[in-house]
Design a protein around this ligand. Structure first.
Ligand SMILES: [Zn+2]
Length: 420
């Protein structure tokens, strides 16, 4: 019986590996056969390999016509992620179609980086936190904290960016104020007026966050997707042997500690905000009669549409004058949130966003491991993806920036897994 199960598991793993290989082949093929960006780095040694595999498997691979992928976008994303570990994902928020999904690791492409890597979201989670805190009436637009480069929690000091103080919700998003989010998330868990217990408070928080597609597999049509970790009462009781309080869980307020999400979930979160409260399950294959219903159904979040505008204003301000001001442009109204996940080596660089602000056409998530601050690498990459998609090409200044990013190599720092 045991052996039988083992064989079954092995078979499942093999089938999954084969399916992954096929998806990678399709994504790589699309990138390499799109002439505009294949020319970005002439003489690339990988080009003949990809061309050679083109005619191998079957008609699906040769045409790639059953994928929702935008060929030029995939090709650009593929160039930008070279030499880096992470993923670049873009989704059309109006229909859930995946527009690009480029992944890379020191040992090559791996779709798991996008759909199965459970990673700290860093400050990108603050947009979902704000929506949840607003929905639970823990805060409103006027809720303010005093923050002068951070604050103390017991003996622990948590630093913050330089910004004006006191700071309210919209600016707390734009300038990514750790103090604001640590203060109000803890206040919600400790709130004994609206909740009979901290268990009830956390369960309520969990319900809102899950309704935004966080913490469980979304159901993308690629095998192997994982759900990550969104802490609930059972998890906290097990992890901390029934001894936890708002201080134990406070790091989740700023996207660290007991909170792990996939880059796909982060991109879908950006899509749900772009839509002011709903998303369609992301999918990479064009619809068939069999998949029509699953991939056209709207999933409404539990957040009232009333609360989206202020969070979106904060995301817009992050780009016009906040933590992502370096990518501001008059060419399109990008709304976004930077994130930096602390790491034993160099920090991970993260950005989620969408554009244009009104009637959005693209949501994007970029997660670059060891890429530094969110504004260093992830935000510039996201802005290039958005520009390419909305404008159909890159300006000459953006082309120069794309070449610089494409040439950047970050593989020096080993991953924590590799150190073990
Ligand atoms: Zn602050």
């Amino acid at each position: 019986m045991y052996l039988c199960n083992n064989n079954e598991n092995n078979m499942r793993v093999n089938v999954r590996q084969q399916q992954h290989r096929l998806t990678l082949l399709l994504l790589g093929l699309i990138a390499f056969t799109t002439s505009a960006w294949a020319q970005l780095q002439p003489g690339d040694e990988q080009l003949p390999r990809a061309t050679a595999t083109a005619s191998a498997p079957g008609p699906r691979v040769i045409t790639g016509s059953n994928l929702t992928i935008d060929r030029k976008l995939q090709s650009l994303a593929f160039s930008l992620i070279k030499g880096k570990q992470g993923s670049i994902i873009a989704i059309d928020p109006s229909n859930g179609e995946v527009l690009c999904m480029a992944t890379n690791t020191p040992s090559g492409e791996n779709v798991d980086m996008a759909i199965a890597s459970a990673l700290e979201p860093g400050s990108t989670i603050k947009v979902a936190q704000a929506l949840t805190l607003l929905s639970c009436y823990e805060v409103d637009s006027e809720s303010a904290v005093t923050c002068n480069r951070g604050g103390y929690y017991g003996r622990t000091h948590v630093g913050c960016h330089r910004h004006k103080s006191p700071i309210k919700l919209e600016d707390a998003i734009a300038y990514s104020c750790n103090t604001w989010f640590l203060t109000y998330f803890q206040a919600m868990i400790a709130d004994r007026v609206n909740y009979a217990s901290q268990d009830e408070a956390l369960t309520t928080w969990d319900r809102y966050m899950r309704s935004m597609g966080l913490g469980s597999p979304l159901g993308i049509d690629i095998p192997g997707e994982r759900g990550g970790l969104l802490p609930d009462v059972d998890y906290m009781n097990r992890r901390y042997k029934n001894h936890w309080n708002e201080r134990t869980i406070m790091w989740v307020g700023m996207g660290q500690g007991d909170l792990l999400l996939t880059p796909l979930q982060l991109c879908n979160l950006a899509a749900s905000i772009a839509n002011r409260g709903w998303y369609i399950t992301p999918h990479i294959h064009k619809l068939t009669a069999a998949t029509q219903e699953q991939y056209t159904t709207r999933h409404e979040t539990e957040v009232s549409p009333l609360f989206y505008p202020i969070v979106i204003d904060g995301m817009r301000k992050a780009v016009t004058s906040g933590t992502a001001a370096g990518i501001n442009t008059k060419a399109y109204t990008l709304c976004g949130k930077t994130g930096t996940a602390e790491n034993s080596g160099k920090d991970h660089s993260i950005f989620i966003g969408f554009a244009p602000k009104d009637q959005p056409k693209i949501a994007v998530a970029v997660y670059i491991m060891h890429g530094g601050f969110g504004a260093d690498l992830a935000a510039p990459i996201a802005s290039l993806i958005v520009e390419q998609y909305l404008k159909g090409s890159l300006s000459s200044a953006s082309q120069a920036r794309a070449k610089r990013i494409a040439a950047k190599r970050l593989f020096a720092a080993p991953t924590p897994e590799a150190k073990k």
